[in-house]
Design a protein around this ligand. Structure first.
Ligand SMILES: [Zn+2]
Length: 464
């Protein structure tokens, strides 16, 4: 990297320019110069056309991507900060090129199901975040009357579970509860995000496995306990409601490729449905998960290699809109590594900061252009959360959030590379292609080559 300036890293200059031979804008990957005034991109110009009065940083041939947007992160603060917290989670985000994240409403205490809880979260986050953030509100049994107030207080949308969430204070919802919530959300434009598994098939499969005396150390037992049918039944219900209410519904962490035909059909009919999958469903497969390796436990589960390839195809043909992490850590003892029992271990994959190289590695293996990262990991999640005018693209008027990425560097993940609280992840030891070099948030460098720069300067993004 060549920089015309060796000082002033932590303060925003009035006029800056950043160029590379490979900048990803909405028009594709090409040589370009980003002209930045204060915190925003003022213009995107030709590579050779940097303004004479701007402080110029030249990134050579490194790829400059829009700052990533991860709309599925469990931060757990306030209340379970020993699991994860704003400081550690947003450090991990910054190190991984995620400049905007949206927190899930269930693992914190209080759960984000009313305005008071949202205010408690804001107080907990103040001064601790290395990147910009927002908080999804929660839809739980009985809180339909509070949703409008949460929306007015600034949440960008709502998350619900159609099956037990693992958190007793975050009650799952049935069709009647969903209808009550959708009545309240009508006209707000705020999306309803749903964990799409229903209990019936999971309870039936689990009961059968227990009657047969199945070995819960085996991954195959856990996989059999969360059958595709649980996802299919939930998604069928959500598609029906999207059609009836014409309200935006978002399916989080799709795992079962068997749901793709009905999703394709719904989208062809123009239903307001969006879909995400997660980096771990694209990276790992059931065949390679060792018995007892509970760091890979998540719900819905990681399925077969054949299923994984169908998810890739669905991303490529735009049936799946985006890729998130679903970063959901817990204290190490809750993974119950000594017993290795999948039924007793806490579910959730810790991965914040690793999604870009993980997904890019898979894209490279499958011959997919790096340009697709822009939609999958920045533009589409930014649109879901209602932030697309400011986040998710390198374009005039947007915040100057960007990532400098070396797509050809090969490396293996070590504990030093994990910046979240507990150094547990299925990615430990994983071989990666593509390495983060720098992360810039609103015109300021916040991360470079393993080092955090300045102090936490992230802000809450409010949708009003
Ligand atoms: Zn989640």
């Amino acid at each position: 990297m060549i920089s015309s300036s060796l000082s002033g890293e932590s303060k925003v200059s009035m006029s800056q320019a950043f160029r590379s031979t490979r900048v990803l804008t909405p028009h594709g990957l090409a040589p370009a110069t980003l002209c930045v005034e204060g915190e925003r991109i003022a213009a995107v110009r030709a590579w050779a056309d940097a303004p004479a009065n701007a402080e110029l940083t030249d990134f050579g041939d490194l790829v400059v991507l829009p700052g990533l947007v991860d709309t599925h992160v469990h931060i757990n603060e306030p209340g379970r900060t020993d699991w994860e917290g704003f400081e550690t989670a947003t450090r991990a985000a910054a190190a991984g090129g995620v400049t905007t994240l949206v927190d899930m409403p269930l693992n914190c205490v209080p759960e984000t199901v009313d305005v008071e809880a949202l205010e408690a979260k804001r107080a907990a986050a103040a001064g601790k975040t290395w990147v910009d953030w927002a908080a999804w509100g929660g839809v739980v049994r009985g809180n339909a009357g509070k949703l409008k107030w949460l929306g007015r207080a600034g949440v960008p949308g709502f998350k619900c579970f159609l099956i037990h969430s693992g958190i007793d204070g975050f009650a799952w919802v049935n069709e009647a509860d969903l209808r009550a919530a959708l009545e309240q959300l009508r006209g707000t434009g705020l999306p309803l995000l749903a964990h799409a598994e229903v209990a019936g098939p999971v309870d039936a499969a689990t009961g059968q496995l227990n009657r047969e005396g199945a070995d819960w150390r085996k991954y195959s037992t856990y996989l059999a306990s969360r059958p595709d049918e649980a996802e299919l039944e939930a998604i069928a219900l959500l598609l029906r409601l999207a059609e009836e209410y014409r309200h935006p519904i978002h399916i989080v962490h799709l795992s079962s490729a068997k749901a793709l035909p009905m999703i394709r059909e719904a989208r062809e009919r123009g239903l307001p449905v969006t879909v995400e999958t997660c980096a771990h469903y694209l990276r790992f497969s059931a065949e390679e998960i060792a018995d007892g390796a509970t760091e890979c436990k998540c719900a819905p589960p990681i399925r077969s290699a054949e299923n994984r390839e169908e998810l890739w195809l669905a991303l490529k043909d735009d049936t799946i809109d985006m890729v998130t992490t679903d970063h959901s850590p817990c204290p190490p003892e809750m993974k119950r590594h000594e017993e290795g029992r999948w039924d007793l271990a806490w579910g959730g994959v810790a991965s914040l900061g690793l999604a870009l190289p993980a997904v890019w590695t898979g894209m490279h293996q499958r011959g997919v252009s790096i340009e697709r990262i822009g939609k999958w990991m920045a533009a589409a999640p930014a649109e879901l959360a209602g932030f697309k005018r400011r986040k998710g693209a390198l374009a005039a008027g947007a915040d100057a959030d960007f990532v400098v990425f070396d797509p050809d560097s090969e490396w293996s993940v070590e504990e030093n590379d994990l910046h979240f609280r507990h150094k547990i992840s299925p990615y430990l030891g994983a071989k990666m292609r593509g390495r983060m070099r720098e992360t810039w948030l609103r015109g300021q460098r916040v991360f470079r080559a393993g080092e955090f720069i300045g102090t936490p300067s992230g802000r809450e993004l409010v949708r009003v």
